[in-house]
Each structure stands twice: as C-alpha cells, then as structure tokens.
Design a protein around this ligand. Structure first.
Ligand code: PEP
Ligand code: CO
Length: 446
C-alpha cells in the first residue's frame, strides 16, 4: 500500500463527486474549511471506538439513526430536539427491556450529501444534474438550483456546528436527564398505543430511581443518570469536504476526520480500489461500511482487511442492507467469512435502503412490515451463526410525518402526501420509531 495522506485519495477513482463548475471557488471554500475549527475532537472519536468495541463484543447495542439527508430548509432547534428525543425514547426502551446498554449515534450534524443512482434527472425533456444533498446543490428543478455550489460546503459546516452545539447542550445540560423520561414523550406519540406503553415504562424508571434514593444512593451525583453520550455520523461522500476537516491529533499524532465522530462508506462508493476507501483507511475514527445484496464474502473480508488491518474492535461496523427478501441467505455467508477470518467487527442492520419503492401515489416510500421483516431476518442470521446482531441503522425523524407506510396507526398510500417532507428518502415518524424500538427489543430478547 502506498503512503496515506489526507489527500492521497485524489490519486484514486472517486465516484459520486459533483461536477463543480468553478474550480477556483471550490479551492477557496476548501481552504476556508481547512482553517476552521474541528467539529469534533479526536478523544471523542476514541470514546466512540471504545463503545463500539463493546458492540463488537456483544455487550452493547448500536442505535444509529436520523435523517436520510439533513436540509438547509426548516433548520430549527425544535427539529433537532424532536430527533434527539425520539432516539432517547428508543434507547430507553431498548436498554430497559433488554438490560443491554445502547450506543447512540445520530445521522446528524453533517449528513448533507447523497449518492445518486443517476448523475442527471430528466423531467419533460429537460436534463439537469441530480440533487446531491444540500451540501452540494438545491432540489429545485432549474439549472441554477442544480448547479453545484461550493459555498454550500461552508454552509453545511456551519449548520453542523450549530446542530452539534445544541446536541451537546441537550445531552449534557439536563434535557437527557433520566428524571425527565416522561417529557420525551411528545404529544402526538403519547396518545398512541406505543406512547402509552412508553408512559408505563417511564413510570417504572421513576420508581426505580425513587427506590435507589430510598436505599440511600445519591442519584443526584451520578452523572450517568443526568447526561448521555450522543455521537454524530454521516456518509463520508464529498471527499474534498472530509479532507478539509481532517486534522492531526496533537496527543497521538494520528489523523482524525473531525467532521463527525463516525463516518461510513456507502453501498455505491465502497470499492476496494476507490478513493473513499483510500481516504477512510487513514483516519482513526470509528468507521462503517454498507453492504448491499451484491456484496460477496470476499469483498466483506477485504474491506475488513483494508479498513482495519490492526483488527481493533470498535473500529469497523458492517451495516447490511439486503432487502427484506432473502436477507438471511445473503447475510449468513458474509457473517461466516468475516468471523472465520478472525475480524471482530460490529454488525448493524439498515432495514431501510433495501426496501424503498415508489408507491401508487408516485412518492418514494417504505413499508413498516418490510422493515420489520428485514430486521427479523437479520436477527435470525446472527442467531444461526452465533454472532451478535450489534445494532440498527435507520432513517427517522421525531416529527409526525407521513413518509413510510404501515405501523400500528397505519399510514396508507392516500396519507403519504399529508406530510411528506423528507429531503431524500422516506423516514419513520416518531410513533413508528418508538414502535420499532419495542419490536427490536423483542427480537433482542429472542
Ligand atoms: C444512506 O444511508 O443514506 C444510503 C444512501 O445508503 P446506501 O449507501 O446503503 O444506499
Ligand atoms: Co437514505
């Protein structure tokens, strides 16, 4: 292997990169980014690696969740709070019902770039570049909106900084206090079956805390009860942006991509001779790699060897997204090959991206039942192989949107356009997310 530097990826084929019309403007934006402060610190990324090592060892469960694509529109404190709130609820359900700690990682504070199946989109004979996420261009269908604009890279950085700032305040400043479990149940969720079930669970947590106090334990001084660790992640897609935020850690001399705690490689950019792998192999953050139905056992092992040659547990999470049909048959050979090659990876299931289709109303959607079916197959595959079904990777929002079909309070095709707001793929709403957490807890309890 050749020597790694933050820019060594430039000698490799880089898929899914925008065509920037103005190279000079791109250089200016990247130089500015390279001089701005890091968004996360190396020590935090190392803390996540340690937590992910527990996932790899079967002692913790990963909940990685958030938007398909964050948006520059409608950016608000409330939407960040709602997303965090629903993830905290899901984590409480998972931890309380299984006794296994939940590692919380958002698809947030940097998830602004999307790989696309086609570089262009044709509407009524007009061919324009595809929308690639707010970090690159605008979804509006005009030549101006779709032109890749490097100033957006800088805007994405600033929105990520503001988002992280609020997340840090929420998670360390009292909002995530276990004494407030009831307050995370938003109105539209609280009235649902899952919401009521959650209320009961929150009541049990209250009683447990009172019991601990009655026994003389000082619950006030236990930081674990008042704060949570919450980490950020996104797909490392636009490599110029990731390079510009890559910094050398002054303590260890190692390189970290300080745009997020965890970065992942998408299904479309995971080639072993590609630029994305070249970039990610050199940064010490915990990494993810998506594996779709075409992934072979040899490819999975090769990815482990290239991204984690030192075999550090917690360094690498393999995120399968096989689709509901055939997940067991597709996944088991990969699990076996990775295990038999002696790699201690964490596994996670993305039950979203293999189950997307266009509904009769013409909107991109997913059915809750297919999501559950893929999860059930994923758990069955791990049970059969004797490996730990480490976690889930889902697209959700805390809000009351209508983007995915089904769920306990069933969303039908006719309902989809009531509140269809996603900037890219359909997300589970708050109720569906909580429902999902209960069902995952059941699968985990086996
Ligand atoms: C995603 O996670 O948003 C995504 C595009 O996934 P995949 O690379 O698995 O298609
Ligand atoms: Co998506």
């Amino acid at each position: 292997m050749t020597e790694w530097t933050p820019r060594s990826w430039r000698a490799f084929p880089a898929r899914q990169q925008p065509e920037w019309p103005d190279e000079g403007a791109l250089e200016t934006a990247l130089k500015l980014l390279s001089e701005l402060p890091p968004l996360v610190f190396a020590g935090e990324a190392r803390a996540l690696t340690s937590q992910m090592a527990r996932v790899a060892d079967g002692e913790a469960f990963l909940l990685q969740a958030g938007d398909c694509a964050e948006s520059f529109d409608g950016f608000s404190a409330n939407s960040i709070r709602d997303k965090l709130q629903v993830m905290l609820q899901m984590a409480v359900v998972l931890t309380y019902s299984t006794g296994v700690p939940t590692v919380k990682v958002g698809r947030i504070a940097g998830q602004f770039a999307k790989p696309r199946s086609s570089p262009t989109e044709n509407v009524g004979g007009l061919e324009l570049p595809s929308f690639r996420g707010h970090m690159v261009n605008d979804p509006g269908f005009s030549a101006e909106a779709r032109a890749a604009d490097p100033n957006r890279l800088v805007s994405a950085y600033h929105q990520s900084a503001a988002t992280l700032n609020l997340l840090r305040a929420f998670t360390k400043g009292g909002f995530a206090d276990l004494n407030r479990v009831h307050q995370w149940n938003m109105d539209f969720i609280a009235t649902s079956t899952e919401g009521k079930r959650y209320e009961l669970l929150a009541g049990e947590i209250d009683r447990a805390l009172r019991f601990m106090r009655a026994c003389g334990l000082d619950t006030e001084t236990e930081p674990q009860l008042h704060e949570v660790d919450f980490f950020t992640s996104h797909e490392a897609l636009i490599l110029g942006y990731e390079e510009a935020l890559t910094r050398e850690d002054s303590l260890t001399g190692d390189w970290y991509d300080c745009s997020a705690h965890m970065l992942w490689m998408g299904e479309r950019t995971r080639q072993s001779d590609g630029a994305h792998l070249e970039f990610l192999r050199g940064v010490r953050n915990p990494l993810g790699c998506k594996l779709g139905p075409s992934a072979t056992a040899d490819e999975a092992v090769e990815i482990c060897e290239l991204l984690n040659p030192d075999r550090l547990p917690g360094r690498l999470t393999l995120i399968s997204r096989m689709g509901a049909d055939g997940v067991e048959e597709l996944l088991r050979p990969l699990i076996r090959a990775v295990r038999d090659a002696g790699h201690r990876v964490a596994w996670a299931c993305d039950p979203m991206h293999g189950n997307t289709f266009t509904s009769e109303s013409g909107l991109k959607t997913r059915h809750f039942d297919a999501i559950m079916q893929e999860l059930a197959g994923y758990f069955a595959a791990h049970r059969a192989e004797g490996t730990w079904p480490g976690g889930v990777h889902v697209e959700l929002t805390g809000e009351d949107v209508t983007e995915c079909l089904g769920g306990a309070e069933e969303i039908l095709d006719d309902h989809l356009d009531h509140r269809y707001e996603t900037a890219c793929d359909p997300r589970l709403n708050g109720r569906q997310s909580l429902d999902l957490a209960y069902r995952i807890a059941e699968l985990l309890r086996g």
